[in-house]
Design a protein around this ligand. Structure first.
Ligand SMILES: [Zn+2]
Length: 72
């Protein structure tokens, strides 16, 4: 599982269409184009999505370590 591939909805400010984007796209602050043609600049202004991605990845790593230890 890669949390950065987690899908989230980015509602279009023009038409309200919920665009399906990934956390990785938000991390890269990509510009997406809505079905209606509106360009949406993804913003991770407070770094919260980056932090969430890192935190969850770390948690997964810890879990894998824990599982390895458990098998011994
Ligand atoms: Zn739109």
């Amino acid at each position: 599982m890669d949390i950065s591939k987690q899908k989230i909805d980015a509602p279009c400010p023009a038409c309200g269409h919920k665009n399906s984007i990934t956390l990785a796209q938000v991390n890269r602050e990509e510009t997406i184009t809505c079905l209606c043609g509106q360009r949406i600049q993804l913003q991770d202004s407070d770094g919260s999505s980056k932090r969430a991605t890192q935190n969850i990845n770390r948690a997964m790593t810890d879990l894998k370590k824990a599982l390895k230890g458990f098998g011994r």
